[in-house]
Design a protein around this ligand. Structure first.
Ligand code: MG
Length: 172
């Protein structure tokens, strides 16, 4: 059985993942409105991934016979000064998500809930990738330093990114 404390924290995490999805959807729309179809694609895939993260947690609660509770999703910003600002916001946001996931893992450890620790291990690894990919994009954008041709090329590159269902969902 999953503890009441972890159950409530995972429900809050489902909301946080859906909030992340909403945040990246807003960035995708803002990038598109600024003429960057490639970055819009990158953020749209991020939007899909965050929904998948929420779904993985929902499936997990269901599999532990714990009820999923959907809470209201708070408003997100709608405009950023530049694409670089979007990725800086992304990195800061993902660092916060990492600490939320770490907190879930700490609760599971207190509970000696090894099944939850196993599920959370996937998310711990995923957060390393999320932070790394945001950092890589910041480095690339800082390297082009606002140069229009450089931005055009980076945007074109991101248009090629495709969505792949995360392994816990793909395995189902
Ligand atoms: Mg996530």
């Amino acid at each position: 059985m999953i503890s009441q404390k972890l159950h409530a924290a995972v429900n809050a995490q489902i909301n946080a993942e859906l909030w992340s999805a909403y945040l990246y959807l807003a960035m995708s729309l803002d990038a598109e409105s600024k003429g960057y179809k490639g970055f819009a694609n990158w953020f749209y895939i991020q939007f899909q991934e965050e929904q998948a993260h929420a779904r993985i947690f929902m499936n997990y609660l269901n599999s532990r016979d714990a009820k999923v509770e959907l809470l209201p999703i708070e408003e997100v910003p709608s405009t950023w000064d530049s694409v670089l600002e979007m990725y800086k916001h992304t990195l800061n946001h993902e660092k916060k998500v990492t600490s939320l996931i770490n907190n879930l893992a700490a609760i599971a450890r207190e509970d000696n809930d090894f099944a939850s620790i196993n599920r959370l291990t996937w998310f711990i690894d995923e957060q390393v990738e999320e932070e790394e990919s945001a950092r890589d994009m910041i480095a690339a954008l800082e390297a082009v330093d606002g140069n229009k041709y450089g931005l055009y090329m980076l945007d074109k590159e991101q248009a090629a990114r495709t969505y792949v269902a995360p392994s816990p969902l793909a395995a189902e």
